[in-house]
Design a protein around this ligand. Structure first.
Ligand SMILES: Nc1ncnc2c1ncn2[C@@H]1O[C@H](COP(=O)(O)OP(=O)(O)OP(=O)(O)O)[C@@H](O)[C@H]1O
Ligand SMILES: [Mg+2]
Length: 217
């Protein structure tokens, strides 16, 4: 299913803002790649570590915003599959450029790996760059939906997580992280995060208890 539904852009399983969290190596980025693989429309994946081309095969690869803009001018509204890897220069600047591009071209899923790298107190009270804040709050008007991963949920501003209609949560043992998620998914589900096996995750969409999914393939 794809389209502007109930005021949000939906493509396959993704709609509005989605958060993927969990300890290192639990399968977060792989899950995002799997979710994006069933999308029918435009997808832009920001890969700050520049190491996920094998996970996202067949993507059009970009390293600079200029050529990406040229490409989207021709391919906007089409089924573009972009992988963006900032290989040199200031990584914050690359991220901000992609936020502006997502807002300007619209109608896409914007996936951000390691979102916590771009957030924090250096951005003041909102803890995120203004162009990302703009996407979180007004991106739906441009039909931009987002999915982001992070290892440290508390390093991602609540301004983002509070807008997430769904979360995919992998194994967590850190008590502060479990306490953090209690407020979103409830105590019982949050406490079960420490019992998840590697590659298992809870899928929470605000509608009843979270679903246990995934596992070793
Ligand atoms: N369901 C699965 N079954 C078996 N192996 C998996 C599964 N999901 C991911 N993997 C493998 O586990 C490794 C880690 O996966 P991935 O990079 O997605 O984890 P991550 O949580 O994003 O890690 P990081 O925190 O380092 O970003 C990869 O080699 C990936 O191929
Ligand atoms: Mg990852």
């Amino acid at each position: 299913m794809r389209g502007f539904i109930d005021g949000e852009y939906q493509d396959g399983p993704l709609r509005g803002c989605t958060f993927v969290a969990g300890e290192r190596g639990m399968g977060k980025t792989t899950l995002v790649a799997n979710l994006l693989s069933v999308c029918d429309g435009g997808v832009m994946f920001f890969d700050p570590l520049a190491r996920h081309e094998s996970l996202l095969p067949g993507r059009k690869l970009f390293f600079q915003p200029g050529p990406l803009q040229e490409y989207l001018r021709i391919n906007r509204e089409r089924r573009f599959k972009v992988l963006y890897q900032p290989r040199d220069g200031d990584i914050d600047e690359h991220f901000r450029a992609l936020c502006l591009i997502a807002r300007a071209f619209g109608r896409m899923i914007f996936a951000i790996d390691e979102l916590d790298m771009f957030c924090g107190p250096r951005w003041g009270d909102r803890r995120m760059p203004p162009c990302f804040y703009d996407l979180v709050n007004y991106g739906r008007h441009a039909q931009v939906s987002m999915i982001a991963t992070a290892r440290y949920p508390m390093s991602v501003p609540r301004g983002f997580t509070s807008q997430c209609a769904q979360m995919y949560l992998f194994h967590e043992t850190e008590p502060d992280h479990i306490t953090y998620f209690r407020r979103y998914i409830g105590s019982a589900d949050a406490l079960s995060l420490s019992a998840l096996e590697k590659y298992q995750y809870l899928h929470w969409n605000g509608d009843g208890p979270a679903q246990l999914c995934g596992g070793r393939r």
